[in-house]
Each structure stands twice: as structure tokens, then as C-alpha cells.
Design a protein around this ligand. Structure first.
Ligand SMILES: [Zn+2]
Ligand SMILES: [Zn+2]
Length: 280
């Protein structure tokens, strides 16, 4: 009989299937390999999602984007009903463990809500979940898209989404503020602090002058504490998008700068998919 206390798990920490099985009193970690775990007599469902499975095994289409994860249900539709019970009323508390590669530990991403389902009979069904945990955001812009296209029929309240997006909207609001941008432009110029790109130089002064984004690099999330000289840098649109791209890889300005130079000088860039820590 499994005894599962989710409150002792730490968000964004990694756990191996073996550790979890031992913690929860399962004899073998194979109990966790089904993708959806529903411990007996409990009100919880635990999802174990692997993005890339080993070659030769069944590949599920699992996609993490913004605070949304889309997964395929089990081949034989064994878990469809269990999951579907949660569309209308939240019958279970649902939690997510996620990893990119098979045979690596899972990251605990906390509570999720089922928001959409596509039920098929000829192939695996698909389910989409919203992840509450802000730190799990893979792509900031995708989260903003999601909030903007908020659907009232969704089972997640706007409040839950906004809680999750609160830090992020604060960050982006500072960056969008015209007077902040003007101040930073006057102090630091209009060339990208990462790659050096300058809109006026590339496209002509008449259309490109005074065009640049600013990116917040400060630590504190308090408006009163903003230090405009230290907390913002000018960045081009490409570099800005990259900086907001992968929170899990945590691309810092310094890392992106190194990558920009590295890839600019490397003609065979399509072959290069080295992880950051191998590059530097
Ligand atoms: Zn740039
Ligand atoms: Zn930014």
C-alpha cells in the first residue's frame, strides 16, 4: 500500500524513479513507468512525462510550451477515462514530473490542471495541462500568448494563470515602459549588448534610429528598488527572444554573448548542438 505525501517534494528538484518508488513504498520503480500513476484510495494523479524516449521505443508526442504541457495518453486508452474525469470537476489533484531524456531523473513541476482533451479511437488521445509553478516556464512569450488567448471554457481560472505570470508580467512591463527604454537608450546606446547589432546601421538611420529593446537583468522584483543603470541593458529583438526562450537552461546574458560569437565564427553551426557546459 503506497503512502504518498506530495507536500514533502520540492518544486524544480530532480528525483529518480527509484528514489520516488522507495519514498512512496512501491516495491519496484516500474509502478511509475506507466505515465499516469493513480495511487490506490487517493485523490491524486501523478504524471510522468518524458519528452524524448529512447530510439526503438514508442515515441509519445509530449510538448512543453510556456506553462502548458501537452501529452499523449496511453496507447490502449487505459488512462483516458481517469484523466477525463478531471475536465469538468477537478476530481483529483494532478502533479507533474517531467524530463527531457529517458534514463535521466525527473524534475518535479508541481500541480497541473487539465485544460483540454482530444479523444481519438484510432490513435492515442491527447491532453493539455496548465502548470501552476512559475519557475517551470520554458518560454516566457508562450505564457504571455496563453494568457492573452485565455479561454473562458478552460478549467483553470485566470487567477491561477495570472499568479503564475505575475513576476513575468512585472518584468516585461518594466521593459515595455517607454521612459525606462529612453533612459537606458540614452545611457547605453542603441546597439545590442549581446551581439552588437544596431538597427540604424543595418537598415538605415531613417527607419532604424532609436529602435532597440531593453532587458531587465536585476534581481529584485520591487518597483521602488529599480536601479536603471545596473538593471537594464539594450538588446536586439533576436537576442531578447533568446534570453526569454529557455528558462530551464537559464541562458544568462554572458552565456548568450559567448554563444553569439561562437556560432558566428563556426560555419558548421547546424552540426552543433552542444550543451552550454560543454561549450565553455
Ligand atoms: Zn543581439
Ligand atoms: Zn527581457
Amino acid at each position: 500500500m503506497a503512502n504518498i505525501d506530495m507536500s514533502i517534494l520540492e518544486l524544480n528538484h530532480t528525483y529518480t524513479a527509484k528514489e520516488l518508488a522507495a519514498m512512496w513504498g512501491y516495491k519496484s520503480h516500474h509502478a511509475l513507468s506507466k505515465g499516469v500513476l493513480h495511487p490506490k484510495d487517493s485523490d491524486i494523479l501523478i504524471l510522468f512525462v518524458t519528452r524524448d524516449r529512447l530510439p526503438g521505443t514508442t515515441q509519445f508526442k509530449n510538448e512543453l510550451r510556456g506553462n502548458v504541457i501537452k501529452i499523449e495518453g496511453a496507447d490502449k486508452h487505459g488512462t483516458d477515462k481517469l484523466l477525463l474525469d478531471n475536465v469538468e470537476s477537478q476530481k483529483h489533484r494532478i502533479f507533474l514530473f517531467y524530463r527531457e531524456q529517458q534514463l535521466t531523473p525527473f524534475t518535479f513541476l508541481g500541480k497541473v490542471h487539465l485544460i483540454h482533451s482530444w479523444i481519438y479511437t484510432d490513435k492515442a488521445s491527447e491532453f493539455e495541462f496548465f502548470i501552476e509553478n512559475f519557475e517551470s516556464i520554458e518560454d516566457d512569450m508562450a505564457l504571455i500568448d496563453y494568457i492573452v488567448h485565455y479561454d473562458e471554457n478552460s478549467s483553470v481560472s485566470l487567477n491561477v494563470m495570472c499568479q503564475s505570470a505575475k513576476h513575468l508580467t512585472y518584468h516585461l512591463r518594466c521593459e515595455r515602459d517607454i521612459s525606462n527604454r529612453e533612459y537606458v537608450m540614452n545611457q547605453k546606446g542603441t546597439s545590442c549588448a549581446v551581439c552588437g547589432f544596431n538597427f540604424a546601421k543595418s537598415y538605415g538611420y531613417d527607419v532604424g534610429k532609436d529602435l532597440i529593446d531593453i532587458h531587465y537583468v536585476g534581481e529584485h522584483g520591487d518597483e521602488q528598488m529599480l536601479d536603471f543603470d545596473a538593471d537594464f541593458i539594450p538588446v536586439c529583438f533576436n537576442c531578447h527572444r533568446m534570453l526569454h526562450r529557455k528558462r530551464s537552461h537559464n541562458i544568462s546574458v554572458a552565456d548568450l554573448k559567448k554563444r553569439a560569437t561562437y556560432y558566428m565564427e563556426e560555419p558548421d553551426y547546424e552540426q552543433l548542438t552542444l550543451p552550454l557546459d560543454l561549450l565553455f
